[in-house]
Design a protein around this ligand. Sequence first.
Ligand code: ZN
Length: 249
Amino acid sequence: MIFVPLWQLLINENMLSKASSKGLHDFLGFNGKIVLSTVMPDEFIDKLRLEDYFRLIRDLRPDATMIPDNYTYTDDPLFLSWSQTIRLVSFAKDFLKLNIPVIGLVKGANLLQMDWAIKKQVEMGYVSFAMPARELFEEGGLGYFLPYALKILKNSSIYFELLVYGVGRKQKYKGISYSNLSWFIEAKHGNYFKNGFPYPLNDPEIRFDECNCKACNGLMPQELLDLWIDGKEACMKILIVHNLLDLSK
Ligand SMILES: [Zn+2]
């Protein structure tokens, strides 16, 4: 299963139009489950309306999607974070109309907002949740919010799953990798990611390392290189997903 961040497609018109016409599975050449991640920078959050989300989801054809992200900052005036929280819950209701599984979001500028947002989503029937945790983690607030979110979910007496989203990402490479589609672009150039760094496929450093990710299935970069020589397309499909998986580790 991979998470494809919607906003990374939104910043690249050419890629978005290709992905929209082919659907994400064909576009990435990936047969596993694809979850559309709506966690995105603030400037995108305000741009997308419900009909935009629905159109994008219809065209991209992911297997599941998160409900639209919002922004809630602990230092914002309360009415702002409340209006964002209400927006989140309202989107959650609208997203029930989709015919794919939908993952709820655990968000809130304070415990009361988080509590309310979770309970509303549980009432609507949501059982899978993602908690965008990167900012919380960086600010040191994750230890405060996470146990609370878990407690609310446990008390709701549903069988739930909670995914803490975005912490595993390698912060130090943030600027050069995840945020600018390098996983995709480097793959186009035949470069292979290992621990967040791109290498040419024939680089002795990585050349004979078997990779057991879902894309490589035990292949070594050397074997990918052979594929590349036979015809770029097949190799690139593996490389794109391998790179994305490496950066998502
Ligand atoms: Zn791999």
